[in-house]
Design a protein around this ligand. Structure first.
Ligand SMILES: C[S@@+](CC[C@H](N)C(=O)[O-])C[C@H]1O[C@@H](n2cnc3c(N)ncnc32)[C@H](O)[C@@H]1O
Length: 280
């Protein structure tokens, strides 16, 4: 039997995982919800409805307070964000926590940055629910790559220039360099979007160039896509490591001919401001 409690100050109630009580089946359900890349306006209406009905919200660090505030004040909010200095929950503990709450009969929203099934470990949480016989409903979210391309006005596919787009991780599952098919990623006329790749920019750029992608291929880095502090750096594949060295927040590395259309700069596109400008 394991016991977990909130690490924050929102609640001090404990949940028993794998104890006798957890065999009591209620009508609880787990909602795996994509919170989008940060801008609350990029939340789907379905996600909003699920949040409003939540009794428990288990969320990642990349989910903003603005979005968490959309859940009822009475909902218990548990951060399972990875922390450098304090203990954070293992994936197994998170899986068991979700199942335990649902078996208590609670409506559990597992809120993840972007989309739950794009580098979000949503598949593992879904499997844990299935194994426990807990219903799990998936609500997709806007993945960071889509917001990054949109914010920079750079299409991820572009007729005659980018016939494919590939999302890859910049990290191996156990850390270190990713084991990717560099030959395939180095082919021209396709966009490669690298998640979690900032600290690996040096080997990633080197592998792509060794495999034949030319150093002058346009590249884009988008930090904090869709947030007020969004920052876009336009560069080339060869210039990617130097540009990545200036990044501190969550960011994507994007390589491909279509990135020639990208606009560098700061700030996200606030629809209300643009509408006001158009009316003026
Ligand atoms: C664990 S992955 C989660 C991805 C998420 N499930 C999604 O669909 O966007 C975290 C990585 O996603 C990228 N990321 C997430 N949010 C971002 C944002 N707002 N701007 C840029 N990159 C972001 C970064 O590469 C970050 O290291």
């Amino acid at each position: 039997m394991a016991v977990v409690g909130d690490r924050g100050n929102r609640s001090d109630r404990l949940v028993v995982l794998g104890g006798e009580g957890s065999t009591v089946r209620g009508e609880g359900r787990v909602w795996l919800v994509g919170a989008g890349p940060g801008d609350p306006e990029l939340l789907t209406i379905k996600a909003l409805k699920a949040l409003r009905a939540a009794q428990v919200v288990v969320h990642d660090g990349l989910v903003s307070e603005d979005i968490l505030d959309l859940a009822p004040a009475s909902a218990r909010k548990i951060s399972v964000a990875k922390r450098k200095s304090r203990h954070s929950y293992s994936q197994d503990e998170i899986n068991r926590m979700l199942v335990a709450f649902a078996l208590e009969g609670l409506n559990v929203v597992r809120l993840k940055g972007g989309d739950p099934f794009i580098f979000g470990r949503g598949g593992e949480e879904l499997e844990a629910c299935r194994e426990a016989g807990v219903e799990c409903v998936i609500i997709p979210g806007v993945t960071a790559a889509l917001a990054a391309g949109a914010g920079a006005s750079a299409p991820l596919t572009h007729r005659g220039v980018a016939q494919a787009v590939t999302f890859v991780t910049g990290h191996a599952a156990k850390g270190g360099e990713p084991d990717l098919d560099w030959e395939s990623l180095a082919k021209a006329n396709q966009t490669v979007v690298i998640y979690m790749g900032v600290s690996m920019a040096v080997p990633i750029a080197a592998r792509l160039m060794e495999a034949g992608r030319v150093g002058s291929t346009p590249a884009l880095i988008v930090e904090n896509a869709s947030r007020a502090d969004e920052r876009r750096i336009t560069t080339t594949l060869a210039g990617l490591p130097e540009a990545a060295a200036t990044v501190t927040g969550p960011a994507l590395l994007i390589v491909g001919e279509a990135m020639a259309l990208a606009q560098a700069g700061v700030g996200s596109t606030d629809v209300e401001i643009l509408v006001q400008k158009a009316r003026a």
